[in-house]
Design a binder for this molecule. Structure first.
Ligand code: PHE
Length: 476
């Protein structure tokens, strides 16, 4: 076992380095899964799409569809001992295109992830340098992202540079191991912030909004959003889990590991919801407008107001919190970058070093363009609306990439994966992969029915419904 990389060098997997036991896999997968998706994206979507109703739809999807898809991906990886494209190709040559499609997704997500990572970096630095009350002022966030100045670009670059350095210098597993310590600290801090936030006047209404489902809020758009969030948060439908599965040992229990990751990831999302949604109600004074105004800025606007409640400790709280979020974001971003780098080096048959250079240039350029959507571009063309989505003049590129990956590409990749596993290689292939060395799979029926029928039919139905709704043919 190689201490430095955390990867065992025994070669029962046909020469491939393997994770050092189940914890190695659960840890790396959790480090990839837990990130801005849980802390930043989940709370704003839940606030936007009706609170409790969104939470229930989301959890249902994670426990069924998410479970089946993650089992399928990890199973495919361990069975073939190959990463995404190779895994599909080795089983059926014609299906390699699913791996190719999946591989495109991290290239769409990483650049905009880095922009948000840059915002987190900015807030971390600000809490060291600027009085907390000033950061809590309204307009602080907007002026930061919309000002035409090098600042937001510099922060995006710093975030990207940190992640690239970790990947380039091979300290990735050290970073992942530190999450064993830092994640519990982040959770502990989040609990403290949640308690303080929930004690603010007006917060009770927010707690009710997040917990009591109003089923009239369920719509096609909301279910599509919940599904996209499920893929994003669990790092599914982009081949990452196939690759991770390929490093798993035969004696590890896939099903248990998958359940652990899901439970962990969902608990952190729920905690983030409790941290941000009630505080949001308290800050706005009333629930009115929460759903309409909830968006990517939510975390950066609401939390500083809660931190300023800590009086003299406000700066310390803010700095510590954003530092931990930065860490969680970086571990996810590193797994995204790592995926891109291996895709490029396999695809172009070039060295890892060359691939790191190519991917870095791509990420810096695209992240700069995404960032320009908030500031430089608005000045050039204030009426611009990219492909008719998003609001006039702002957010367009980040929202567009987010939409393209989570709402279009990932459901398509997920659908194809279900068809591949459900009908081409058959669920039995994955079940047999799980049931080795005396392990029995508990949710065989759920897995089979989900992957063969429910998940594909559901995905097709929801996508058709969504398209019809978007073109105005129906109103659901
Ligand atoms: N799952 C990560 C998060 O919740 C984001 C991510 C997506 C990471 C895809 C890797 C791959 O933040």
């Amino acid at each position: 076992m190689n201490e430095e990389t955390g990867v065992s060098t025994n070669t029962t997997g046909g020469g491939r380095s393997l994770f050092s036991g189940k914890m190695g896999f659960v840890l790396s997968a959790a480090a990839s899964a837990i990130g801005l998706g849980n802390l930043w994206r989940f709370p704003y979507l839940a606030a936007k799409y009706g609170g409790g109703a969104f939470l229930i739809v989301y959890l249902l999807l994670v426990a069924t569809f998410g479970f089946a898809l993650m089992m399928a991906e990890v199973g495919l990886g361990r069975k073939t001992r190959l990463s995404t494209i190779g895994a599909y190709k080795s089983i059926r040559k014609k299906w390699a295109f699913v791996g190719v499609l999946a591989s495109a997704v991290p290239f769409l997500i990483t650049p905009y992830y880095a922009v948000i990572g840059g915002w987190v970096t900015k807030y971390t630095v600000s809490y060291f340098t600027t009085p907390a009350d000033q950061i809590a002022q309204s307009g602080y966030f907007t002026s930061f992202i919309t000002e035409v100045s090098p600042e937001t670009f510099v922060y995006t670059f710093i975030f990207l540079a940190i992640c690239i350095a970790v990947v380039a210098f091979g300290v990735k597993s050290g970073v992942e191991k530190s999450s064993k310590i830092l994640m519990p600290v982040l959770i502990g801090m989040s609990v403290v912030i949640t308690v303080v936030g929930c004690m603010q006047p007006g917060a009770a209404e927010g707690i009710a909004y997040f917990l009591i489902p109003d089923f009239s809020k369920i719509s096609v758009e909301m279910v599509v959003a919940a599904m996209g969030q499920m893929f994003f948060s669990l790092s599914l439908a982009m081949g990452i889990m196939v690759t991770y599965g390929s490093y798993l040992r035969k004696e590890d229990n896939l099903e248990k590991s998958v359940r652990n990751i899901e439970v962990f990831d969902s608990l952190i999302a729920i905690l983030a919801g409790f941290m941000i949604i009630p505080a949001c109600f308290a800050v706005t004074g009333s629930g009115a407008g929460v759903a309409e105004n909830a968006g990517p800025s939510l975390m950066f606007v609401v939390l500083p107001q809660i931190f300023s409640q800590f009086g003299p400790a406000a700066n310390f709280m803010g700095a510590a919190f954003f530092l931990l979020v930065l860490f969680a974001a970086a571990t996810s971003s590193i797994s995204l970058l790592e995926a891109c780098i291996s895709i490029v080096s396999d695809g172009l048959k070039c060295s890892r070093g060359k691939s790191i250079v190519i991917c870095s240039i791509f990420m810096f350029v695209v992240a700069t363009v995404v960032n320009m959507g908030y500031n430089v571009w608005i000045g050039v063309d204030p009426e611009f609306v990219l492909f008719g989505i998003g609001q006039q003049g702002d957010h367009q590129i980040l929202d567009f990439l987010d939409f393209l990956s989570n709402t279009i590409m990932m459901p398509i990749v997920a659908l194809l994966t279900c068809i591949f596993v459900g009908w081409i290689i058959k669920p039995k292939a994955v079940i047999e992969e799980v049931e080795q060395e005396g392990v029995t799979m508990k949710a065989k029926k759920l897995f089979t029915v989900m992957i063969k029928y429910i998940a594909p039919v559901f995905t097709v139905a929801i996508l058709i419904g969504y398209v019809l709704m978007a073109v105005g043919a129906i109103n659901l």
